[in-house]
Design a protein around this ligand. Structure first.
Ligand code: ATR
Length: 289
């Protein structure tokens, strides 16, 4: 387990953290330390690389370490959910937790990815709700599961899951019921017809990785394309959406907004996602890709 460099004030005690494996590229310390500094809170947010074998011990030891709580990222979200004593319904629905805090000696967990995704979509493309059309997701992993639940909570009545491995899409149908329709990967184009929002939850399009091959022409005019990949910020998918005149929503907003309820849990103040915060994360992504 190792503590990495952070942008916080080293004179302040570490009271919150993010754990993952690896964790080097996490921007959560930048986000939370910016808020701690702005709000004048005498605390610091650290990042820890925690080996999968050590996650439970780390989580249980947080009070002794002086930590009020932590964020949890890949690949520890499922074990964090399983380790917690009390889970918020959002964590239960997704089977994964990204935020941990303590109430007395009880470890509590929730999943703020759902809130982060929907809040950013609402802020960036508010018209998506009025369209009242089916939603299409590419991918059926952990991120897709949170996003499916967010759309169901928002009243979406048809969600098409297009996944390379059909069984994973079928699994989401089993979990979430008849509003979910599994679609084979090679039928991707047909899933775009009448679709109001398309979300890429796969890693395709990520810098240095394989591209996402898709033709957006079947999507209706005025529809929205959201990529949860944020390195690069403007993915080829988002560029293609803009070229087609569709509304393009980037993946960085989800990261920024999911941090808000976590911070509020620990420090009892609701921080703001501002253009300045967003710009500083973008600058950091450019400086340290
Ligand atoms: P996350 O928690 O970010 O969702 P994950 O649970 O590992 O990560 O899920 C990754 C998703 O990206 C999966 O839907 C995966 O498809 P499979 O179920 O077929 O593995 C999808 N994915 C990853 N690489 C892919 C590729 N080269 N082509 C198509 N889909 C891919």
């Amino acid at each position: 387990m190792s503590a990495a460099n952070i942008p916080g004030d080293t004179q302040k005690p570490i009271q919150a953290a993010v754990i993952g494996w690896p964790i080097k590229h996490s921007r959560s310390p930048l986000i939370h330390n910016t808020w701690l500094n702005q709000l004048g809170i005498a605390a610091r947010y650290e990042k820890y690389a925690v080996d999968p074998a050590d996650v439970t011990d780390f989580l249980r030891s947080m009070p002794e370490r002086g930590l009020l709580g932590c964020n949890v990222t890949i690949p520890h979200k499922t074990i964090a959910y399983e380790t917690a004593d009390n889970c918020h319904p959002d964590a239960v629905a997704v089977g994964a937790a990204n935020t941990i805090w303590f109430e007395g000696n009880k470890m509590c967990a929730t999943n703020t990815d759902i809130y982060g995704f929907i809040t950013h979509l609402d802020a960036s493309a508010p018209q998506w709700r009025k369209a009242d059309r089916p939603v299409t997701l590419l991918g059926a992993g952990g991120a897709a599961r949170a996003i499916v639940y967010g759309f169901l909570q928002s009243g979406v009545t048809e969600i098409r899951i297009v996944n390379r491995t059909r069984a994973a899409a079928d699994e989401l149908t089993n979990i979430f019921g008849p509003k979910i329709r599994a679609v084979d990967w090679h039928e991707m184009q047909s899933a775009l017809t009448d679709c109001g929002v398309l979300v890429n939850t796969t890693s395709l399009g990520m810098e240095g990785g394989p591209a996402l091959e898709i033709d957006l022409s079947p999507m209706p005019d005025g529809s929205t394309v959201n990529d949860i990949v944020y390195v690069p910020l403007e993915t080829p998918l988002l560029a293609a959406a803009r070229a087609r005149g569709l509304v393009a929503v980037d993946g960085l907003g989800m990261l920024l907004h999911q941090a808000v309820p976590s911070f509020e849990r620990w420090f009892h103040v609701r921080p703001q996602v501002t253009p300045m915060l967003r710009d500083s994360v973008i600058a950091d992504l450019k400086a340290h890709p």
